[in-house]
Design a protein. Structure first.
Length: 350
């Protein structure tokens, strides 16, 4: 009898184990299916700009989103509240945990982002910088909005014409760590070494940190510190608009000239009034689009970011990867001149 009961208990126990296993199997299978579903979904492409509330950055992100969605990807757009490397590092850490396929970043610092971007690349994430480069160790490729040398030199050429080649000039930049701004300013200084600019003096490079209020304060400080100032070059869309407002409010359009890089929509009134006789820029929407197509080419293995790689970038045409110091880049066209004759055509575009 005991032997019979023992057999019965064994059968019951075995049945319980089989039931438990059969109940666990669908959950395990379901989780795997969910994982397969996730991996087969659209790949995530992230864009990290310098800071929130920047119209130039917003247009660039619009272009990035349009390109990535056209290619079937999912877009994540992130920016810190302030233009700091620390804010961008926090965002990148979050993107790594989200297992994005690519991160495009307009860097707030050339070198400070290296550890976190290397971490991203070590986990298989494609990293590209756009507009403001990070160092070559921190990226696969850089998307350059225009030729840096021409950007710098053309602004000195412009201000030289505006003030007749004589007088004090100042630069109102973004942040002191902005690699694109610093490179342009270096080319400005090289252009100023030419004999034809011997009567022009660069008295100061000020930094408005791409913040409107600080850019206003820095412009006012320049005017106070240098009462004989003849021109301001602001190679930043936030800075040039802030300087335009200050010069307008103070009635200084005939005394201090203004040029630099600005959004047509924000600078139209200052160009039409003569506060800024003309200024330059490229289309930030197209820069964002280029970044989107480049990110997709990297993720899909069409390019590795090596010199000589080529890929199609939609309406932007065929792009070739070229040398950029220790790294590589693609380079869009020369900066475009906006003046009183054409600003009306562009002010409603971007």
């Amino acid at each position: 009898m005991k032997k019979f009961l023992s057999i019965i208990l064994s059968v019951v126990l075995l049945s319980s184990i089989l039931v438990a296993c059969s109940q666990g199997t669908p959950q395990s299978g379901g989780a795997a299916s969910e994982g397969e579903k996730e991996s087969s979904g659209p790949k995530k492409y992230a864009f990290v700009f310098k800071n929130t509330g920047n119209p130039y950055g917003e247009k660039m992100m619009d272009g990035f989103q349009a390109a990535v969605e056209e290619l079937g990807g999912e877009v994540i757009l992130r920016s810190p509240d302030q233009p700091t490397a620390e804010g961008q590092i926090q965002i990148i850490e979050q993107l790594i945990t989200q297992k994005v396929a690519a991160i495009a970043i307009a860097g707030n610092d050339q070198d400070a982002l290296e550890p976190v971007l290397k971490k991203a690349m070590n986990q298989g994430i494609k990293v590209l910088s756009v507009d403001s480069a990070v160092n070559a160790n921190s990226r696969h490729i850089h998307v350059n909005q225009a030729n840096p040398e021409r950007i710098g030199r053309v602004q000195i050429e412009a201000v030289n014409e505006m003030i007749g080649g004589e007088g004090q000039i100042a630069v109102l930049s973004a942040t002191s760590q902005a690699t694109n701004q610093n490179l342009w300013i270096e080319w400005m200084k090289k252009e100023l070494e030419k004999p034809e600019y011997k009567n022009m003096e660069l008295v100061k490079v000020a930094y408005g940190d791409d913040l409107r209020d600080k850019s206003v304060s820095e412009t006012e400080a320049l005017l106070k510190s240098y009462p004989d100032l003849k021109a301001i070059i602001a190679p930043t869309t936030v800075g040039i608009a802030a300087a335009g407002k200050v010069l307008t409010d103070k009635g200084l359009k005939d005394k201090v000239k203004l040029t630099g890089l600005g959004l047509p929509s924000e600078m139209a009134s200052y160009i039409e009034s003569g506060v800024s006789p003309w200024m330059y820029l490229w289309n930030p929407i197209e820069v964002g689009e280029a970044a989107g197509f480049t990110a997709h080419a990297l993720v899909e293995g069409k390019i590795k970011g090596e010199i000589g790689d080529t890929f199609e970038a939609g309406d932007l045409g065929n792009q070739e990867v070229v040398e950029d110091g220790d790294g590589t880049q693609i380079m869009l066209g020369d900066p475009f001149k906006f003046d009183a004759e054409n600003i009306a055509e562009w002010k409603d575009v971007y």
